[in-house]
Design a protein around this ligand. Structure first.
Ligand code: KIV
Length: 272
């Protein structure tokens, strides 16, 4: 908030400026109105409506089944809850791979129908043209290198990327290509700390790390992971800032007990 009580909204210009001033960018995912309002009020800079939605909210085994309709539906809800943060919609599998025109149209839907401020998409040099065309349509693009979950079958699992000289060199080149194509920021997922540092120092655009160490310009986590809600598996890079799964189960157990014994509803929660 400024001194006049007006919200200082986060824009690409603000994000760019933060790198120049050496200020870290905070980013979390959210998938619904209520969570978006909480993280926004807590001061998060960027909310990503990640296609991790597929795993942590919709219960799929991967992000691959997530559709544009799923993403638009959830991005609309998040945009209603976010007042200050920049909201980015994650382009789901097959929404930008088949043709550049289709990719631009789908990216546009996030802004036009859902009210997002930009999009994120996965990949290196192979998505440079798509990135260029979306960015030149006036849509801010966040790129995503390293472990790109939509390519899980090609990568052979969820594992650290950029190990070895050739893979590291290719990732550094890809990062430069995506910057040149017009991306305003770049997610680095599951990348060795020193490689993420080298990429961060070689770019003028902002890097956002997830399992990529402390030298990135900002950090992102999946909210269900960091709040300890999603229990199916926890990657090494996740720090649990709460254990809501346990707290939610305890609350529900207590509610069940009280309903069964007649302790709820008491007079304080009834109309006389
Ligand atoms: O889908 C997602 O939540 C993401 C983040 C983990 C970066 O891509």
């Amino acid at each position: 908030m400024s001194t006049q009580g007006k919200l200082n909204k986060i824009t690409t210009a603000v994000i760019r400026d933060m790198k120049k001033k050496n200020q870290k960018v905070t980013m979390l995912t959210a998938y619904d109105y209520g969570t978006a309002a909480v993280v926004d009020e807590a001061g998060i800079d960027i909310i990503l409506v990640g296609d991790s939605l597929g795993m942590v909210v919709l219960g799929y085994d991967s992000t691959l089944p997530v559709t544009m309709e799923d993403m638009i539906h959830h991005t609309k809800a998040v945009c209603r809850g976010a007042k200050r943060a920049m909201v980015l919609g994650d382009m789901p599998f097959m929404s930008y791979q088949a043709s550049v025109d289709e990719a631009v149209r789908n990216a546009g839907r996030f802004l036009q129908e859902a009210g997002a401020h930009g999009v994120k998409l996965e990949g290196g040099r192979e998505v440079a043209e798509v990135t260029r065309r979306i960015a030149s349509a006036g849509i801010p693009v966040m790129a995503h290198l390293g472990l790109t979950p939509q390519s899980v079958h090609q990568l052979g699992g969820y594992k650290v990327q950029g190990k070895g000289d050739a893979a590291a060199k290719r990732m550094i080149e890809d990062a430069g290509i995506l910057e040149e194509a017009g991306a305003f920021a770049l997610v680095l997922e599951c990348v060795p700390v020193q490689l993420a540092r080298e990429i961060t120092e070689s770019l003028t655009i902002t890097t956002i790390g997830i399992g990529a160490g402390v030298h990135c310009d900002g950090q992102v986590l999946v909210i269900n992971d960091m709040l300890g809600i999603f229990e199916r598996f926890t990657p090494k890079f996740v720090k649990k800032y709460a254990n809501l799964n346990l707290q939610m189960k305890e609350a529900v157990r207590q509610y069940c007990d009280e309903v069964r014994t007649g302790a709820f509803p008491d007079d304080a929660h009834s109309f006389m």
